[in-house]
Design a protein around this ligand. Structure first.
Ligand SMILES: [Zn+2]
Length: 386
């Protein structure tokens, strides 16, 4: 039975989707103004591994990734490049898809551009306003967080703590913790129209609308980097509850640890960004997978090139085992294989599973044996291509 960490109870719990065997997964996707870096790649590779584990247990995963094309960073870059947001973001979404292919990720079933959903966002904001969950303040529309009794549950913050953040500042905002749904600023140079005025849909409502329109009342897993818990995911959950009336519309919030480089979070301004495509072109996607999966998904990774190189020996062993060809699996290896799968079932313990796989390789290169079929089971779950 697959167990996954539940960030609310802080315990590993049996995973039961709403509509077995279907598993609906939403992943907060890229903001479309740059290429995919290793931190992003880690998120999508982790969910790819999860989907492969689930597929081996006859679950049918349906993975939705929203791509943010309405965002201040996007607008700034479009202005810099003397182009419009649409041209810029379609370029980067094409590049994102190329990166997914380079990383051998084929488990994403739906990719959404937020701007395709603006009429739905407008409809949802109108609904929230009619139900007193949202209000207009000098043209901007805010979500009224007072209406949600356990607001802050995801980031585990009290009302007093929530009030300390300086969030989406604007005139006549009612509560400091209220967040923006619609930005009426004229600085963007373009706008959409709603019955509540002209403006641009703001960050959090974008995900809620994309998820609602694709998945309906509820879905199983919401994923992304752990830094998104507040305000993004607390806001998303509040909106989802207000829109659907469901108390727990999402089963699990599954966070992926960050990737640091030179001791700091990867970011363009620090100049420590490592692009996924550069690593794949240099080392191949197999090594990138072996490297990233050797840390548990909840833990942070501090990127060092030598740690990727360190995995070369392991990959060579896998190739040797592949070439050794046998038609049966010895009993010792069978029990290690069970162990391998049990560890993946245990909240995706990929570092332990990889340790066992390396042991399988070592023993097979001595006097044990593994059939082609069994070896394929392992390498398919890891997404390794030989
Ligand atoms: Zn998101």
């Amino acid at each position: 039975m697959l167990k996954l960490f539940n960030s609310f109870s802080e315990e590993k719990e049996d995973f039961e989707p709403f509509d077995k065997p279907k598993v609906k997964i939403f992943i907060c996707g890229p903001t479309l103004y740059d290429y995919t870096h290793l931190g992003h790649a880690r998120i999508f590779l982790t969910y790819d591994l999860l989907c492969r584990v689930m597929a081996s247990q006859n679950y049918k995963t349906d993975v939705l990734v929203n791509m943010t094309d309405i965002n201040q960073s996007v607008f700034n870059k479009a202005l810099d490049q003397q182009t419009d947001y649409y041209t810029l973001t379609r370029f980067y979404s094409d590049e994102f898809i190329k990166d997914l292919n380079l990383l051998n990720i084929h488990t994403i079933t739906r990719l959404a551009h937020v701007s395709d959903y603006v009429p739905n966002i407008v409809k949802h904001i109108s609904y929230l306003m009619k139900n007193d969950h949202a209000y207009s303040a000098n043209g901007n529309i805010y979500f009224n967080t007072q209406k949600i009794k356990d607001y802050g549950k995801i980031s585990k913050q009290s009302r007093d703590q929530l009030r300390l953040h300086r969030l989406d500042i604007g005139p006549n905002k009612k509560n400091p913790e209220d967040f923006m749904l619609w930005n009426c600023s004229e600085d963007f140079g373009f706008f959409w129209s709603g019955e509540f005025g002209n403006g641009v849909p703001w960050w959090h409502i974008q995900d809620t609308t994309v998820a609602l329109e694709n998945f309906g009342l509820h879905y199983d897993i919401h994923g992304g980097a752990k830094e998104l818990a507040y305000p993004h995911h607390d806001a998303h959950l509040a909106q989802y509850k207000a829109m659907t009336g469901e108390e727990s519309p999402v089963k699990r919030w599954m966070y992926i640890g960050l990737v640091f480089s030179k001791g700091e979070k990867m970011s363009k301004s620090l100049g420590n960004v490592v692009l996924a495509r550069d690593l794949v072109n240099k080392y191949g996607q197999n090594l990138v997978r072996l490297y990233l999966f050797s840390t548990h998904y909840l833990d942070d990774v501090d990127y060092k090139e030598e740690d990727i190189l360190d995995k070369k020996k392991f990959l060579e062993k896998i190739f040797y085992v592949k070439n050794k060809k046998s038609d049966h699996t010895s009993s010792n290896i069978s029990s290690l294989m069970n162990n391998f799968f049990e560890n993946l079932d245990d909240d995706l313990n990929s570092p332990k599973a990889l340790e066992i796989f390396e042991k399988i390789c070592d023993l097979t290169l001595k006097d044990e044996s593994i059939s082609k079929e069994d070896l394929d089971k392992i390498i398919n779950i890891l997404g390794i291509t030989l």
